[in-house]
Design a protein around this ligand. Structure first.
Ligand SMILES: NC(=O)C1=CN([C@@H]2O[C@H](COP(=O)(O)OP(=O)(O)OC[C@H]3O[C@@H](n4cnc5c(N)ncnc54)[C@H](OP(=O)(O)O)[C@@H]3O)[C@@H](O)[C@H]2O)C=CC1
Ligand SMILES: C[C@H](CCC(=O)NCC(=O)O)[C@H]1CC[C@H]2[C@@H]3C(=O)C[C@@H]4C[C@H](O)CC[C@]4(C)[C@H]3CC[C@]12C
Length: 294
């Protein structure tokens, strides 16, 4: 059941002339979203840390037909930068239609190493900056009756091995934005919130991080990017992509959580995940030895 006044069918014309911020747009899924939006004739404001990459993505967006394309570079580790990006949209466009929150900070695919400070920093980048951008953008999004799109992961709905810090930040997004959605509905705030639950996608960084240790085939980033934009424009509550696999996993989570855990572990080649030796005389191992099934 939809609580927002939501359109039923997607048409790429829906994005023509819309003012859209895409974070994490210098590579991967964010870069592909920028290209789709450009092709659809949207105004795009792109952000990430690497200026040289963003410059190239902006040039390609203009070739593809973007109504306008610009970038702001900086790190989302600093919530002041997150707010600055939204202010840039306000100063340039005087409003905003869609906020796509997609960036993630560097983490690792390995045993949790006990580094609490890494989790704190990752929460700043992957979670608090999303909150800060939402707070700053909300007056403009209320005005346009726009969309907030939050890119998350199956690791933000069901725990899996070797992604403890990352998974924590994605669960935080679900808690915060699912609660906020309730408040919008209670107060008749017509701003949609779409939480995107993604499985394994073939971006360079994900392939580099896990292709040696994951048995499942990755899904294409171009299609994934289009599905994210589509679900945001249709004001859907959640996107599950790839649909069969992710919806199946979430169904199992409710019906047979222990079985889902076994299935998730069976997709990981534990032998190919290197356990780093702890720094001399410091950390105590936090998980069972490889292959112990814990
Ligand atoms: N690929 C996958 O298998 C999956 C991905 N997802 C989600 O999809 C989204 C995109 O992932 P994907 O495309 O693979 O990731 P990429 O690593 O390709 O892209 C990450 C983007 O974030 C930017 N970024 C990194 N650190 C920072 C920082 N400190 N401040 C600001 N920007 C930063 C990067 O640019 P730069 O380095 O220039 O700053 C880059 O543009 C993420 O939310 C991820 O959790 C979810 C499930 C699976
Ligand atoms: C392997 C995980 C999911 C388990 C599974 O069997 N899935 C089937 C399917 O998805 O088709 C992967 C699901 C989410 C992945 C992670 C992710 O969310 C992005 C990360 C970001 C970073 O670029 C490195 C890779 C990721 C940690 C990635 C690793 C694999 C998943 C945990």
């Amino acid at each position: 059941m939809y609580f927002y006044s939501a359109p039923e069918n997607f048409n790429e014309e829906m994005l023509r002339g819309k003012r859209v911020i895409v974070t994490g747009a210098s590579s991967g899924i964010g870069e592909q979203m920028a290209y789709h939006l450009a092709r659809m004739g949207a105004h795009v404001l792109l952000t990430a840390r690497t200026e040289a990459k963003l410059q190239k993505v902006v040039e390609r967006c203009l070739e593809l037909g973007a109504a306008s394309a610009r970038f702001v570079s900086g790190s989302m580790e600093d919530t002041a930068f997150a707010e600055e990006v939204v202010k840039e949209a306000e100063n340039t466009w005087g409003g905003l239609d869609m906020l796509i929150l997609n960036h993630i900070g560097n983490s690792y695919f390995n045993y949790f190493d006990g580094d609490v400070d890494h989790i704190r920093k990752l929460l700043e980048t992957n979670f608090l900056s999303y909150v800060a951008m939402t707070v700053t953008a909300l007056p403009m999004l209320k005005e346009s009756e726009g969309n907030i799109v939050v890119v998350s992961s199956v690791a933000g709905k069901a725990g899996g091995p070797f992604v403890a810090p990352y998974s924590a930040t994605k669960f935080a997004l679900d808690g915060f934005f699912s609660s906020l959605r309730h408040e919008f509905i209670i107060d008749n705030v017509n701003v949609s919130i779409t939480l995107c639950i993604l499985g394994y996608i073939d971006t360079d960084s994900a392939m580099r991080a896990v292709s040696h240790a994951i048995k499942v085939a990755p899904s294409p980033k171009e299609e994934c990017a289009l599905e994210i934009i589509r679900s945001g424009a249709l004001r859907q509550r959640e996107l599950h992509y790839p649909p069969g696999i992710v919806s199946g996993m979430l169904l199992l989570r409710g019906l047979a959580p222990g079985f889902l855990d076994t299935l998730i572990r069976s997709n990981v080649v534990v032998e190919n995940v290197q356990r780093a030796p702890p720094p001399h005389g410091t950390r105590v191992p936090l998980a069972g030895s490889p292959g112990s099934g814990r």
